[in-house]
Design a protein around this ligand. Structure first.
Ligand SMILES: [Ca+2]
Length: 459
């Protein structure tokens, strides 16, 4: 007996918890569905149209002469869409105005001119009020508040409808499935106590031997594709490989955040960059429509960057290349499209074929280096300005091209100064950071050296 109690009690408790959870989810689901409908109806009343109880050819429906059990009393009959009952335009008999209803006993359709007395407003009140009450009563749905209840989200839905011709109901349903991701907010928020910037610490994250060896393997595996990208866009293989290596470790770390949820969270719950991420959310919807792909099939970083090259949706739409001619752009499974797209991105952001990226600078201690650094990341310093300030390349000469002075500071280890040219600036268009651009450049140089070494040892 005791044994039975010992075995049964946990089972009962577990059963209760399971039942409670299922019940909770069910109520949440029903409540949320009702809420979506209510919100949707109020905002987009034209899109929900009641199917006429009479066929539009005016033939008597089968149930008219037999309004018994064969006609469900409780099942709502409606469809969503732009088309509507002819009565809206022609005031033909047997059609109702738009609305949502449960059929009533003996309600077999009626001539619009005689029995149809309800105005649209009355219909709304009659139908929406109980629905709203039901939704409000489902406390779980409110506790588990979804995005669709928010005004700014509804504004976004209207924009997608009016600007891009989306079905508002579909957008709303998608956003209702999107989850608020607390981790996204945590990861994107600036640290409360930002550490001192250290170039050497940053560099060590990307210039380790495993990433160099992995990069050469990636290069060799995709040599033909990298060469094709080089020929078409002028960007050398080692730069493309280095970018993919820094971004995702050659596709190993592309991120596990559902892109729709990440971008929805950032667009509506992270005010400092809401504008940017609202635009990216808009682009994600457009991208999914263009690619005929499930909106929920995109995964990537907490910031909404996708696949091998970590492109945001707007960048995929603007710079993505179907480099393997498969009929679509795929950044998830295979890197060919990513290679072409990274090269195209750089080319369209000013990459100059065959030009140097950066070189170490020789500076004089008495020069006002900070003023030169503050001139900005864009190469705007003329050789004359640099010479006047006592800045040259290591051999004491200067190229006849504008440059930027890059400072790479490491606490307690001095600061490295580099001259960055147009191609250095182009890399910062991928990520606006001189540390980032220098890490990509140094990794590319290390890859080139390693590649040479391996090729020489094979020969
Ligand atoms: Ca493709």
């Amino acid at each position: 007996m005791n044994a039975v109690v010992v075995i049964s009690l946990p089972s009962l408790v577990a059963g209760d918890i399971t039942a409670a959870w299922l019940s909770n989810r069910f109520v949440a689901c029903v409540g949320r569905s009702l809420m979506i409908f209510v919100v949707y109806y109020h905002r987009f009343p034209v899109n929900f149209t009641v199917r006429s109880p009479m066929p539009h050819d005016h033939a008597a429906p089968a149930w008219r002469s037999n309004p018994g059990p064969s006609r469900p009393r409780t099942a709502p009959r409606f469809y969503a869409g732009k088309s509507s009952c002819p009565a809206l335009h022609q005031r033909t008999a047997y059609c109702r105005p738009p609305g949502f209803f449960w059929p009533e006993q003996g309600d077999h359709g009626f001539p619009a001119t005689t029995q149809h007395r309800d105005t649209e407003t009355q219909m709304k009140q009659r139908v929406i009020t109980p629905l709203l009450a039901l939704a409000l009563l489902s406390g779980t749905a409110l506790a588990d508040a979804s995005y669709v209840q928010r005004e700014e989200v509804r504004t976004f839905v209207r924009t997608m409808e009016e600007k891009h011709g989306f079905d508002g109901g579909e957008v709303l349903v998608a956003l209702d499935r999107a989850r608020h991701e607390p981790d996204v907010i945590r990861l994107i928020s600036p640290s409360g106590s930002p550490g001192v910037r250290s170039w050497q610490r940053y560099r060590a994250r990307f210039l380790d031997s495993a990433r160099i060896v992995g990069g050469v393997a990636f290069w060799q595996e995709h040599a033909a594709t990298l060469q094709a990208a080089h020929e078409r866009y002028g960007v050398p293989p080692e730069i493309v490989v280095a970018i993919i290596g820094v971004e995702t470790y050659y596709g190993r770390n592309t991120g596990n955040f559902e892109t729709l949820s990440a971008l929805t969270t950032l667009a509506f719950d992270y005010p400092p960059r809401a504008r940017l991420f609202l635009r990216e959310l808009e682009n994600l919807f457009l991208l999914a429509r263009e690619q005929r792909r499930d909106l929920f099939s995109y995964y990537g970083s907490y910031a909404g960057a996708i696949g091998y090259p970590q492109f945001l949706p707007s960048s995929i739409r603007s710079y993505g290349v179907d480099f393997d001619h498969s009929g679509g752009i795929d950044f998830d499974l295979e890197p060919t499209d990513a290679i072409g797209s990274v090269a195209r991105y750089l080319a369209e952001h000013g990459w100059v074929r065959g030009e140097v990226v950066a070189e170490p600078a020789r500076v004089t201690p008495e020069a006002d280096l900070q003023a030169l650094v503050d001139a900005g990341i864009k190469p705007a310093l003329t050789p004359e300005q640099l010479a006047q300030a006592g800045v040259t390349s290591l051999d004491g000469t200067l190229r006849a091209t504008p440059a930027t002075l890059v400072d790479l500071a490491t606490p307690d280890a001095g600061t490295e100064y580099w001259l960055g040219y147009q191609n250095f600036y182009t890399i910062t268009r991928y990520n606006k950071s001189s540390f980032y651009a220098m890490a990509v450049f140094e990794l590319s140089q290390a890859l080139r050296e390693q590649q040479k070494t391996e090729t020489a040892s094979v020969e």
